[in-house]
Ligand binder design. Structure first.
Ligand code: ADP
Ligand code: MG
Length: 365
């Protein structure tokens, strides 16, 4: 696809979204030799376009190691992107100005605009301002919560760091956040180890909420808690979304949870989005062979259905993102591969309205 065509289709597909990424990349250096210089790059996120509407939950699924966490952290700038754009709550006109400056090759204007408007290129005060609007709940609350700090200080920390409130005013906000997640005044002076896994994750959510953000990255938020409390945590996240009008990127490899909480689902494979559609469509009619294989492994509660359902076994592991396979990255494991698959990289194509697939089985046009 030529740049012009790509930009046009990108603008159309991402239109009106609160968050829109364009060609986002995050590569990690592999250091080697005595000089510890980069000898290779881990291409963890390698050209990702996603878009999330305000108030929506986008589920992000894929096998372990395919880049979900890196994408989530890069979007909110916990990691610095290697390349690409992150547009957050920006008018269409501003985005177009940036794309046009890029197309003209007007480096000075592009730099000026990006530092002001493109989250991928922001620094200092500007970045901090945006960071306040986006928070993350990590996979493991035990490592995310400082064991030597009392709950009141853990939850108040973002307020103090951002210099928003301290003392009494901070405590009021802390209490409000704790109450929102079903905890209360009696928990303020306790330490993380005094809580159950589910409660600890509630504390982590309170800490994310205390800055009154608009957008949350939830990185496998229930994977460290007992199965019995998972449903309740999911319910809480749904209620909080409703109450505060939150927008979620919900990362998980647990498809049942993704199905419950997501409005749309994006499937990631080796640094790329391979399929994206609304939840019902993608679960009922997955089109990418990778999605089909991934979803066929999902346990089915109904035993009759389970017998009828054919399981497609995914052979081998995810290849290394240091040297991803040529063409379509999934081709070495794909049962449906044919002529172009090891040569040409497929682009995300809108196969049906709102259903995007990057696979040569579904050619453009
Ligand atoms: N800080 C890092 N340095 C080098 N490689 C990393 C780093 N973080 C993640 N990776 C690599 O990037 C790839 C994607 O990892 P990750 O985003 O954690 O995937 P997921 O969350 O889908 O399991 C993996 O190959 C992982 O080893
Ligand atoms: Mg992860």
């Amino acid at each position: 696809m030529i740049a012009r065509e790509y930009a046009e289709s990108w603008l159309e597909k991402t239109q009106g979204a609160l968050l829109r990424t364009m060609g986002l990349k995050k590569h990690f250096p592999v250091l080697g030799g005595v000089l510890k210089r980069p000898v290779a790059w881990v291409r963890a996120v390698d050209g990702v376009d996603i878009w999330i509407q305000r108030g929506e939950t986008l589920g992000l699924v894929g096998e372990s190691g395919c880049g979900k966490t890196t994408l989530g952290r890069t979007i909110i700038r916990l990691l610095d992107p290697t390349e690409g754009h992150i547009f957050y709550d920006l008018p269409e006109e501003t985005i177009k100005r940036i794309i046009e400056a890029e197309e003209r090759g007007d480096k000075q204007e592009l730099k000026r605009l990006r530092e002001q408007f493109d989250l991928a290129a922001m620094k200092g005060k500007k970045l901090k301002e945006y960071r306040r609007r986006m928070q993350i709940v990590f996979q493991n609350p035990l490592t995310a919560l400082n064991p030597r700090m009392m709950v009141k200080d853990i939850v108040a920390e973002p307020l103090v760091v951002q210099r928003i409130a301290k003392g009494e005013a901070a405590m009021e906000r802390v209490l409000e956040a704790l109450q929102a997640v079903g905890l209360g005044r009696e928990h303020l002076r306790r330490y993380p180890h005094e809580f159950s896994g589910g409660q600890r994750q509630r504390i982590a959510i309170a800490r994310a909420l205390v800055l009154r953000p608009e957008f949350l990255v939830l990185d496998e938020p229930t994977s460290a808690v007992d199965v019995s409390v998972r449903a309740r945590l999911l319910k809480l996240l749904g209620e909080l979304q409703e109450k505060y009008g939150l927008t979620y990127l919900f990362i998980s490899h647990d498809l049942s949870q993704v199905q419950v909480i997501s409005d749309r689902v994006a499937v990631m494979y080796l640094g790329k989005i391979v399929e994206l559609a609304d939840t019902q469509t993608i679960f009922e009619k997955p089109l990418h062979p990778y999605t089909q294989a991934l979803f066929s492994a999902k346990p089915v509660p109904d035993p009759v259905l389970a017998r009828k359902k054919k399981r497609i076994v995914l052979k081998g592991d995810v290849p290394s993102p240091v040297n991803p396979p040529s063409g379509c990255r999934f081709h070495p494991r794909c049962l449906k591969r044919f002529e172009p698959c090891d040569k040409e990289e497929p682009h995300l194509i809108e196969v049906e309205p709102g259903h995007w697939v990057a696979c040569h089985l579904y050619p453009p046009g």
